[in-house]
Design a binder for this molecule. Structure first.
Ligand code: SF4
Length: 208
């Protein structure tokens, strides 16, 4: 994919196409394991390529539809898509998934819901064996590492290893939108992952 020169955080999102949504597996389709099933949303299991070597982990999904039920790319998703494109990757290279697969709409017991739903991620990692996990935002980093004290600020900028899976970290796309000063670091981290993917994982094709 051709690299873009510029990443405009606030450009119109109407022309962007949503990445393909992964099907919710049968065992989770009517999930009531945590209270978020009562919030009136739906499960968004994952997006992109379920076989991809790179798994991107966010705290929870944004809406994929507007109030009229039409496809909708929210600002955070746009920033993510733009960064992926800018470093020469596309949705075939990435599987995007979440600590929480349902989007919270009101107050909830965060620790209980996150500790419940993240078990689905553990199953995904066991079954699909991605080569690198890229955690975006403090919540995904803390829950992936099972350490509430870590921060993106201290983790970002290099490749780590956690439970035998290579792991990288960067800011949440929403944080980047709110603090554009983080954009350069966000792109640096995406380049780190993309370069690593190309040079170290060239024996692994996520497009097989
Ligand atoms: S957030 Fe996860 S555990 Fe909770 S209801 Fe949704 S899919 Fe189930």
């Amino acid at each position: 994919m051709e690299k873009r020169d510029k990443l405009d955080l606030f450009a119109d999102t109407k022309s962007l196409e949503l990445w393909a949504e992964d099907m919710v597996p049968a065992e989770a389709i009517d999930c009531t394991r945590c209270e978020l099933y009562k919030h009136g949303g739906r499960i968004i299991w994952g997006e992109g390529n379920p076989q991809a070597a790179i798994v991107v982990l966010l705290d929870n999904p944004g809406a994929r539809e507007n109030k009229l039920g039409e496809p909708f790319v929210c600002g955070s998703r746009k920033t993510l898509y733009d960064a992926v494109s800018k470093v020469g990757l596309d949705e075939n290279d990435i599987y995007l998934t979440f600590v929480l697969r349902c989007r919270p709409r009101r107050k909830y017991d965060k620790d209980l819901s996150r500790s419940t739903c993240i078990k689905f991620l553990h199953n995904h990692l066991l079954n699909k064996k991605p080569k690198i996990i890229f955690c975006l935002g403090n919540i995904s980093a803390q829950w992936y590492l099972n350490n509430p004290a870590v921060t993106i600020k201290e983790l970002r900028g290099k490749i780590h290893s956690h439970e035998n899976i290579l792991t990288a970290f960067s800011y949440h796309p929403l944080a980047v939108r709110r603090r554009p000063v983080l954009l350069q670091l966000f792109i640096q981290d995406w380049n780190l992952v993309a370069d690593f993917y190309r040079t170290q994982l060239d024996d692994f094709s996520s497009k097989q």
